[in-house]
Design a protein around this ligand. Sequence first.
Ligand code: UDX
Length: 434
Amino acid sequence: MAMIAKKCPQYQVKIVDINAARIDAWNSDNLPVYEPGLKEVVESARGKNLFFGTDIDASIKEADIIFVSVNTPTKTFGFGAGKASDLQYLEKTARNILAASNSGKIVVEKSTLPVRTAESMERILNGSDKGFRFDIVSNPEFLAEGSAIADLENPDRVLIGGHQSKEGLAAVEEIAKIYANWVPRERIITTNLWSSELSKLTANAFLAQRISSVNSLSALCEKTGANIDEIANAIGKDSRIGSKFLKASIGFGGSCFKKDILNLVYLCEHYGLPEVAAYWESVVKINEWQTNRSVKRVLRSMFNTIAGKKVAVFGFAFKANTNDTRESPAHLVVRGLLEEQAIPVITDCKALPDARRDLSDVLDKVQLIEDPYEAAKDAHAILLCTEWQQYADLDWKKIYNSMSKPALVFDGRNILNGEELKKMGFEFISIGKA
Ligand code: UDX
């Protein structure tokens, strides 16, 4: 919304939330999320045509267009627990919109949702006798964390779905007009409502599938002497395959991939397609297997016992350039280390506050240290879990000298120069290399 405000001074953008502390943070110099370039975008529009507040009902009343961006986490209870999306916040928001409105509006689904959610939104919003109508439009967001601003400035595409009726098409055009202020028209794709809703889950499933595919073969590389980075490079040159999202790792994390695939799995089961469900579920299973087997490999390399040993974990965020730790493979790694009674010493460039929150039940068993050199001191091993460039640029000789010997480095992101590290004296293992 900040990008829309920046690019479209003729629109008034009002962001509302029930969480007052978060809104205060958005109004302050310390934004509640770390995202490169975001602060500048917010500051360029805040107070001019971008406002943050908690006056939800008044803001609903004023608005012509409402983007609904509430969270849709995986359900933890009842039918579909562990897979289906929990749509209670979405439904509450729809009821809130209806109750607070005294004129018709365009309601945009920005949250990632199961296909056909708009149907329930419509039943709630247009089921009353208020005398005006709401048009539902789907406009999924494809930005990735860490590169959000670049993704928004220059998106591969913007997707807008709506009903193919006169009113539906007019609503789609109204939303397309906003993006057309900076996105070339040919990159603004319009579809029917259900295609748009399902495209978001499909895009995330395909992206995650590429990572699981490459990670599954990384295990075969380790057994055979093939090198997964060389393979990724070789196959990525095939224009039909493409080079992106082929980086082997300890596993994908983040708030989207697992949640969205499980949601897709649930939908397939719901519509009586168990084979399709099983196919996509295997993407998540391989991902969990990849993280678990990484911990086991480290354990094997350390004489099968790490109890009482200090093990430094470099990176807790689910990827570089973000402080987001949701579904981070590093978190699973730390839990695995704790099960083996090791002493994890965690460092991260931005995510230590979130790590502290995630590990609040075991804070007496872990250490959180900002300085990676300090974190590595006296450690028996370093497990690199997040691909922060800062870690590739460290003085590894200095780190080697301060560690317990034999000193092991496990590069869970394949960003370090293994040959150099071995020359320094490190034992070195990485993903997908013998
Ligand atoms: C993802 C989608 O990319 C984005 O389009 C969607 O809107 C939200 O979900 P995000 O979760 O922010 O974005 O990050 P992404 O860059 O996709 O990375 C997801 C995970 O996959 C990270 O843990 C990352 O480290 C990992 N990854 C990514 C790999 O392990 N290998 C790769 O080659 C690429």
